[in-house]
Ligand binder design. Structure first.
Ligand SMILES: Nc1ncnc2c1ncn2[C@@H]1O[C@H](COP(=O)(O)OP(=O)(O)OP(=O)(O)O)[C@@H](O)[C@H]1O
Ligand SMILES: [Mg+2]
Length: 237
């Protein structure tokens, strides 16, 4: 479904400084698979997702979606790709202030010229537990509810590939679990491939497969990179 081939994206800073944001990443993601990109701040997660979305050009390498190279697409094809084949789960600040949940969630369907976009999005909002919040304005929704509106927006055009960059950054542990559980179940049900960027091992635990990023490179996933709580007895006997 998705194949990354030796992707490289470096940022040239002043002088000799080069930031190796993405530094030779290859991976294959099967259709319907849920993959987490796990890594600390600055490890290259967002850059990698932006490359997959065709929002940035790489220095070298390719991104193939169903065999098509994202970087070979014309402007128009890129726009179509992002509207129909991709679902990008945004951040709460991407919601339009003052707009109702149902308006925010139906924006992509409107762009795709779907008739009666607001009524078309209702069942998905209801499935996300927002059936009684359709007419709420952005400011009247909790953070967890806003995140669910963003999921409805991302999934509205039934994309094959969903990209979510720290979609639960502003939520507590309980809400994080709820939102990630919903996202996973909906993608599974609709056989959508899901790529989640997270620095949270609890979030990564929802995925079928975890790839760990360090300094722009994939490394073996080791959740034990977590700090060891002070005062634990030594392991073993
Ligand atoms: N436009 C840019 N110009 C220069 N450097 C950049 C640019 N975008 C990102 N970087 C650098 O590239 C590296 C990777 O950034 P990126 O945003 O991909 O990390 P991240 O894993 O998403 O981090 P976070 O968890 O904080 O969101 C960082 O060191 C960052 O400072
Ligand atoms: Mg990021």
């Amino acid at each position: 479904m998705l194949e990354l081939r030796d992707l490289v994206k470096h940022y040239q800073m002043g002088g000799d400084e080069v930031i190796r944001a993405v530094d030779g990443v290859s991976m294959t993601v099967a259709p319907g698979e849920f993959v987490a990109l796990y890594g600390p701040s600055g490890s290259g997660k967002t850059t990698l997702l932006e490359l997959v979305a065709g929002l940035r050009d790489p220095d070298s390498g390719s991104v193939l979606v169903n065999g098509r190279d994202v970087f070979e697409m014309s402007r128009k094809e890129g726009h179509e790709y992002r509207l129909h084949q991709l679902g990008i789960v945004g951040q709460p600040h991407n919601l339009i202030p003052g707009a109702r949940a149902i308006q925010n969630a139906s924006l992509k369907l409107l762009l795709a010229n779907v008739r009666n976009a607001p009524s078309a999005i209702e069942p998905l909002l209801a499935q996300l537990g927002l059936g009684k919040r359709l007419q709420h304005r952005t400011e009247q929704l909790s953070m967890g509810e806003r995140q669910r509106v963003l999921i409805a927006l991302a999934l509205s055009t039934n994309p094959g590939l969903v990209l979510a960059d720290e979609p639960t950054g502003s939520l507590d542990t309980q809400r994080t679990r709820e939102v990630l559980g919903l996202l996973r179940d909906l993608c599974r049900e609709r056989q959508m491939t899901l790529l989640l960027a997270t620095h949270d091992p609890q979030g990564a635990a929802f995925a079928d497969q975890v790839h760990e990023l360090r300094d722009g490179r994939l490394t073996e996933y080791r959740p034990d990179h977590l700090p060891i709580p002070v005062g634990l007895p030594p392991q073993g006997d």
